[in-house]
Design a protein around this ligand. Structure first.
Ligand code: PLP
Length: 428
């Protein structure tokens, strides 16, 4: 065990995930690549944890932050006017497509979701919430409560009355053999049943357009639109958790929920927006947002340094059409990866834009295999590629490269991943 790893183990929580058997210490980054303390350089197909969406050491972001630091920083988001904060809120409100939208800035995705849950439950005067099986929404009391997988919650205590819906479990025995259309109909029938029999006064549904930690699990086309129709009949709000799917990552819309043809009442965001700096937030219908009242204060949320980083990042995304790049590089990679579905240990390959996944299963039993996924993680590292892992069974390789990825980098990463999966499959 390295000296740093043993010190980490001594003072930091044992449940903190460290991906590799011999964990990496990343010391610097440039573009889509990072370098570790031993001088090894890797192509990063997970961008931190989907945080550095422009890649590393981006001059525009660094210079915007340095300009702000040079002014001497007042680290508070409230009490005083902050021009960069208002300007960023205006852009996000406009891009959101939500009518009369208002924005509240936080420091993380957890805090953003917690705020959205407060907003919806206050507005509707109810603590009943719908959430999705397999979802992940954060580590606070409220966001753990709506997280839909036991492995990511360590408490059944809940401040909310939560009912879980189907949407990404098409392969489970209850739905096996159904077409997408039949599955959507079964999901909607279940939602109606929940509303009729067990949850008479629901405040909102919180859902991810593509489940992030859940292994980039994708609800079928039409599901969220069908849910929205039922929710509208009851005045129930739709909160889209865009922490992983915003800013054009899916290639086909600027916020992931756009791919489902749904305009939600609120969206939450974080991760990529600050390109490594801590920024999160909620964009919601103004009438809902204004009801939060005096609770709507976060000392550091929307502070000038975060706003400088986020403003520069968002401008970069828009000026360079990174949504278009995500679509182009994403389809190039996904088309290549589809060849893996012929392998006995690969259960599924899926994705949208620069968000794609390979799901591993035991070739003998067909059961989800976190061990084989771990093997691919290590094999990819040996080939100079960093990828992520996730899924409700921990058996999914998750890739979310920077949106700035060049075609050469896309091909290099795709080929390294193909080779890594094939080598693990051959030994399985
Ligand atoms: N929501 C989603 C979809 C996430 O993927 C995450 C983190 O992975 C969160 C919320 C929590 O965000 P944070 O870790 O910034 O609190």
């Amino acid at each position: 065990m390295s000296e740093l790893l043993s010190r980490h183990r001594a003072v930091m929580p044992s449940w903190l995930p460290l991906y590799y058997e011999s964990p990496l210490e990343i010391t610097s980054g440039k573009g889509a690549r990072v370098t570790d303390a031993d001088g090894n350089t890797y192509l990063d197909f997970f961008t931190g944890i989907v945080t550095n969406m422009l890649g590393y050491d981006v001059a525009e972001v660094r210079e915007a932050v340095e300009r702000q630091l040079a002014k001497g920083v007042v680290h508070t988001s409230t009490l005083y006017l902050i021009r960069s904060q208002v300007e960023l809120a205006e852009k996000i409100a406009r891009l959101s497509g939500i009518p009369d939208a208002k924005v509240f800035f936080t420091n993380s995705g957890t805090e953003a979701n917690e705020t959205a849950l407060l907003l919806a439950t206050y507005a509707r005067g109810s603590d009943e919430v719908l959430a999705m099986r397999g979802s992940y929404h954060g580590r606070s009391f409220g966001t753990v409560a709506v997280t839909g997988n036991r492995a990511w919650k360590n408490s059944s205590l809940s401040p909310l009355n939560v009912h879980y819906l189907h949407g990404t479990d098409h392969a489970s025995p209850a739905f096996r053999g159904m077409t997408d259309q039949e599955y959507v109909e079964a999901c909607v029938a279940d939602l109606r049943d929940v509303l009729d029999t067990t949850a008479p006064n629901v405040a909102c549904l919180i859902a991810e357009p593509i489940q992030g930690v859940g292994g980039f699990a994708m609800p079928p086309d039409g599901l969220y639109a069908a849910y929205k129709e039922v929710l509208d009949e009851h005045g129930i709000l739709f909160v889209s958790d865009e922490v992983q799917t915003a800013w054009g990552r899916t290639g086909t819309s600027f916020f992931g929920i756009g791919d489902h043809g749904v305009t939600p009442d609120a969206m939450t965001f974080a991760k990529g927006l600050g390109n490594g700096f801590a920024v999160g937030g909620v964009v919601a219908r103004g009438d809902l947002m204004d009801r939060l009242g005096a609770l709507g204060v976060a000392t550091f949320g929307g502070n000038p340094v975060s706003m400088a980083a986020a403003g520069a990042t968002l401008d970069y995304v828009l000026e360079h059409d990174l949504q278009g790049n995500a679509r182009r590089q994403g389809s190039l990679i996904l088309e290549g990866l589809k060849a893996l579905t012929a392998l006995p240990s690969v259960r599924d390959v899926r994705g949208r834009g620069l968000m794609f996944a390979v799901e591993m299963a035991d070739p003998a039993t067909g059961a989800p295999s976190p061990t084989l996924a771990g093997g691919v993680l290590e094999a990819a590292r040996e080939r100079g590629l960093l990828v992520g892992k996730g899924g409700v069974h921990g058996n999914v390789l998750r890739m979310a490269p920077p949106l700035t990825l060049s075609q050469e980098e896309a091909v290099e990463g795709r080929d390294a991943l193909l080779d890594a999966v094939r080598s693990v499959d051959a030994g399985a």
